[in-house]
Design a protein around this ligand. Structure first.
Ligand SMILES: [Zn+2]
Length: 405
């Protein structure tokens, strides 16, 4: 007898397998009509079709609706103090993202509020945000530090992420991103900050994180500096990620391939060579279309990346500056509208490929036997509908590890 049976599924749509899908494979989503999913001990133990269903202690009737794996948000900065609504007008007056940062705003403004906030305050705030994300279908996510930018404040953020890991419903991956900006007190001493990161913060941060990420960008960290910081991270056992080629094409995509990073993020300006190198080294592209929309910037060349054999994941980039939205359903629709991905490709991008980008593709990102029973029932009759409607929350029911949450 099963612990749980989800029956009367109209359309079950899921990518299959335990590694990222690239090229034509990204579009190869399994569609099973009139189906059911059985759950035992939090894992999917059977998937089938037809009206004869196994016995279960608890039954959920999916009412003929669409069912997919829970969404995985592989790129967020969800632990932060304050918000940045005052920058809306600066942006409207024509000030660019990097101009605001250079004037001490942007990331540095969030750094001030994050330093002022206590560990408990940050924990409570992000707990509440994670509950809302769950209600929008996000059953796993990555969270980066990078608003502390000092030994104590980076460790404080990482401790908050680790407390959230224990106390939230979601699976959470922690990324150390002390190299998110140069803090004000090191404005004239870049070298000093990089040495602080690699010599003092990294050894402690590595015990609290799985990944390290660097904002490789004009005016932030150069490719050479990025390389030094990530090589240090690797020595401490962290897997590597890069914010690469978001605003200026400075070779971040190629660098991600050279360093053997698990993923490179943003990639709006990534060069043909960089994309080719990512395909060869199987670096996952984590694309963030809601950020392009919000900053009124071009959109990454997702279609080209898929054609070149790069596995594409889509995430929110949830943060208080360039993407104050945690609803992954918005970037999912943008992936179709702006990137010209098919709904099937976009589904793979927010489930299996996103799970692979946080090194969890063996357990998350698919509705198939052996994977964790993270399931969303949508108020949609089929997969197209999920991407066609946008702006509203289309979640009907979220199931995490076999429990309705
Ligand atoms: Zn980011």
């Amino acid at each position: 007898v099963l612990d749980l049976l989800i029956k009367n599924i109209g359309v079950l749509a899921t990518p299959k397998g335990s590694s990222a899908k690239c090229g034509a494979e990204q579009n190869a989503v399994d569609i099973l009509q009139n189906s059911y999913i059985g759950v035992e001990e939090g894992l999917i133990s059977c998937v089938g079709a037809g009206s004869v269903v196994p016995d279960a202690r608890k039954v959920i009737d999916a009412q003929g609706l669409l069912v997919t794996p829970g969404l995985v948000d592989a790129h967020t900065h969800a632990v932060f103090g304050g918000w940045r609504q005052h920058e809306m007008e600066l942006k409207l007056s024509g000030m660019g993202y990097l101009d605001i940062l250079a004037a001490g705003g942007g990331i540095l403004s969030t750094v001030r509020s994050t330093r002022e906030a206590s560990e408990d305050e940050l924990f409570e705030k992000t707990s509440s945000l994670l509950k809302q994300m769950l209600a929008h279908g996000t059953t796993a996510c990555e969270i980066k530090s990078g608003y502390g930018l000092s030994l104590d404040d980076e460790i404080k953020q990482l401790k908050v992420i680790n407390r959230l890991k224990k106390n939230s419903k979601q699976d959470i991956a922690a990324t150390f991103m002390g190299a998110h900006a140069i803090p004000g007190e090191f404005k004239n001493n870049r070298e000093g900050y990089i040495r602080l990161l690699t010599n003092e913060v990294m050894p402690k941060a590595a015990k609290l994180a799985e990944f390290a990420d660097v904002f490789c960008e004009t005016g932030v960290f150069s490719p050479e500096e990025t390389k030094r910081i990530l090589n240090s991270a690797r020595e401490y056992g962290l897997k590597l990620k890069l914010h690469a080629d978001e605003i200026d094409p400075i070779g971040g995509a190629g660098l991600a391939a050279e360093l053997g990073a698990i993923s490179a993020e943003h990639l709006i300006q990534a060069s043909d060579d960089g994309i080719m190198a990512m395909a060869q080294q199987q670096v996952i592209a984590v694309l963030l279309p809601a950020t392009s929309l919000y900053l009124d910037k071009p959109f990454a060349r997702a279609r080209y990346m898929i054609e070149q054999g790069v596995a594409v994941a889509i995430s929110t980039d949830f943060n208080p500056g360039s993407s104050p939205n945690f609803n992954l359903q918005l970037p999912m629709s943008l992936a179709c509208i702006k990137y010209k991905l098919t709904p099937a490709e976009a589904l793979t991008a927010v489930t299996l490929n996103a799970a692979a980008a946080i090194n969890r593709a063996n357990l998350l990102g698919g509705a198939e036997v052996g994977k964790q029973a993270d399931i969303v029932i949508w108020n949609c009759p089929d997969l197209n509908f999920l991407f066609y409607r946008y702006g509203n929350n289309q979640v009907h029911t979220v199931i995490k590890k076999g429990e309705i949450v």
